[in-house]
Write a protein that binds this ligand. Structure first.
Ligand SMILES: NC(=O)c1ccc[n+]([C@@H]2O[C@H](COP(=O)([O-])OP(=O)(O)OC[C@H]3O[C@@H](n4cnc5c(N)ncnc54)[C@H](O)[C@@H]3O)[C@@H](O)[C@H]2O)c1
Ligand SMILES: O=C(O)[C@H](O)COP(=O)(O)O
Length: 413
């Protein structure tokens, strides 16, 4: 049964940026959210601040940087959906400390990335990029020099998560030997084997592919020192995040011939839009495949992501469930019954808040029929369900909001 929210659904403003798939718009409309603004691209900083100023839900992809300043400007923001895997473009702590859960799509584009990398492995091993570049200029490099089959070569995967492990299976089907390194113990797929250190992997691999998240440990993880440990004539692929590799060091290794080729889908600095020029020291190197961050840009991935993330935002809006939130206590709630009123109280994780919440209900003689509590990091999330309909204006919300440490109160009636 469809519950009502503290705000009528048609007054809830949803902003979707960066050409998020139409499926998301459809999902919102079908769920009764008619006020959806859909932008085909990312916005510049000033436009972004203006557009988010009255938005309740915001959908972005990897280009939109949601800094603390932008989040602060979005005073009505209830939740953020990253319609992609990465959430490093969002200041997750700033969002959490304003009671804003952030959701993403952790699986939907992983196959697309793995397939792109598989293609790049074959292209690099065959020396296709330089032969294609020569042919475009009227050249004809018909020879076998530096061209190899993938069969029997060793692929080293750094980061054996959703993408790395799928790539592992695909590469083995080509007859490659797969080795991997991850900071946590991961079950090997097929005949792949784990390396005990990244150095071991670098020294053994003909092709190294990076599939780690962006964080403090992975920033500048591949410098001249790591590249020097790779085999002479090896190839490097990065479809993870741009700042994992020190790009000037990679350019130097390609120039010196220590590396035979590279494929890059992500860069330390990426153009904000199609009108901005792409700058990179790798431009003009014929043995390098450069793609404009399209690892997850397939019809299949975008269709699925549109549905997956819109569903998470709608479920949070309708129900208060935060399952899958990346910066927030996760609470999985049953669908709300219309005979109940559900209060969602988000607060700083300090002692005594629960007692004060319960006092608000006890002092009014309101019986609590269900309660859910989770805390994570600096944030606590309490959901209180009462088996009577409490209309807005009864004062409960105001009293809950007045509790010290409160970050946000919503209620579903
Ligand atoms: N190019 C694109 O369009 C595109 C698309 C999707 C994802 N990505 C990027 O790919 C990354 C990986 O995606 P995923 O779905 O496989 O993520 P995942 O979380 O499933 O896997 C990441 C793996 O890296 C491991 N890891 C973390 N730090 C490490 C370190 N220092 N050394 C070795 N391993 C480490 C983790 O333990 C985990 O197993 C994402 O974080 C995202 O940035 C890019
Ligand atoms: O994090 C991701 O999923 C990838 O980087 C893809 O991001 P995009 O949807 O902005 O292309």
């Amino acid at each position: 049964m469809n519950s009502k929210l503290s705000l009528e659904k048609d007054k809830i403003k949803i902003v979707l940026l960066e050409g998020i798939h139409e499926n998301a718009v459809k999902m919102f409309k079908e769920a009764g959210y008619s006020n959806v603004d859909h932008y085909p691209a990312a916005l510049d900083a000033d436009e972004l601040k203006s557009v988010v100023s009255d938005a309740h839900f915001l959908g972005i992809r990897s280009r939109t940087k949601l800094t603390e300043e932008v989040i602060e400007a979005a005073s009505k923001l209830t939740s953020i959906g990253c319609f992609c895997i990465g959430t490093n473009q969002v200041d997750l702590t700033a969002a959490a400390m304003r009671g804003i859960p952030v959701f993403n799509a952790p699986y939907s584009n992983t196959r697309s990335v793995a397939e792109l990398v598989l293609g790049q492995i074959i292209m690099l091993l065959r020396g296709v990029p330089q032969r294609s570049a020569a042919a475009h200029k009227g050249g004809w490099l018909k020879n076998a020099k530096g061209s190899y089959e993938a069969r029997g070569k060793t692929l080293g995967i750094i980061g054996y998560g959703h993408i790395g492990s799928q790539l592992s299976v695909l590469a083995e089907s080509l007859g490659m030997n797969v080795i991997y390194f991850d900071v946590i113990n991961k079950l090997a797929m097929g005949n792949a084997s784990a390396c005990s250190s990244m150095d071991e992997l670098l020294a053994k691999s003909d092709v190294v592919s990076l599939h780690v998240p962006a964080n403090d440990q992975t920033k500048n993880m591949i410098t001249a020192a790591e590249i020097a440990k790779m085999k002479q004539g090896a190839h490097l692929i990065n479809a993870a995040r741009g700042n994992v590799i020190v790009i000037d060091d990679l350019a130097a290794a390609l120039e010196s011939g220590h590396l035979a080729g590279a494929a890059l889908d992500v860069f330390p600095v990426e153009p904000a839009g199609k009108d901005e020029e792409f700058e990179s020291p790798l431009r003009g190197m014929d043995n390098v495949i450069l793609t404009p961050h399209i690892g997850g840009s397939t019809q299949e991935a975008q269709e699925n992501i549109g549905i997956e993330v819109a569903d998470k935002l709608i479920t949070y809006s309708d129900n208060g469930s935060t399952l899958g939130a990346v910066n927030f206590p996760e609470v999985s709630l049953p669908v709300k019954d219309r005979t109940h009123t559900r209060f969602l109280h988000i607060h700083r994780n300090v002692p005594g808040v629960l007692l004060k919440i319960n006092d608000v209900f006890a002092s009014r003689g309101i019986n609590i029929s269900g309660q859910y509590l989770r805390s994570e990091g600096g944030v606590g999330y309490v959901v209180v369900e009462v088996d009577e309909e409490i209309k807005p204006g009864a004062g409960v919300r105001k009293e809950l909001a007045a509790i010290e440490g409160t970050l946000r109160v919503r209620f579903l009636f």
